[in-house]
Write a protein that binds this ligand. Sequence first.
Ligand code: 4NP
Length: 163
Amino acid sequence: MDAGPVRILFVCLGNICRSPTAEAVFRALAAREAPELNVAIDSAGTADYHLGSAPDARAQEAGRRRGYDMSARRARMIEPGDFERFELILAMDRSNWAALRRAAPRSARARVRLFLEYAPEAGVLEVPDPYYGGPNGFEEVLDLVEAASRGLLRHLREQARAG
Ligand code: 4NP
């Protein structure tokens, strides 16, 4: 029986830096390293500052240097239906996590997690907001997001094996 894809939503504040990066990285690594997994991936923001905008040029450029393309993304805000649609709703930092937990119906709260829970070796639980910082911030975002994407893929493979 085909249970359909595992639906995963990445969430940050503006949906122009961190969550588009997570979406692009996870999509590329899943296709390359775990093609047997059936995943559906999306991203959203908790704020409406950049609705309809393409990802930040600095995030796109840093991603492109590592082979990730996020150019098709247009920023959107989290909406009520997301809490029904997605099995995993992965926040980039505690502030996004808290906003999501406030917006989520009680039945969906356990599906709202911090993305970096999947990268325990990183020793941090938040992907720092790179928007007002220097270019190194975007490299740090990519490092953390790559680590957590690999951890999440490991988790999903184990889950698929366990049935
Ligand atoms: P993101 O980064 O949440 O990773 O997309 C930010 C984008 C915009 C702003 C803050 C963070 N802003 O304040 O406009």
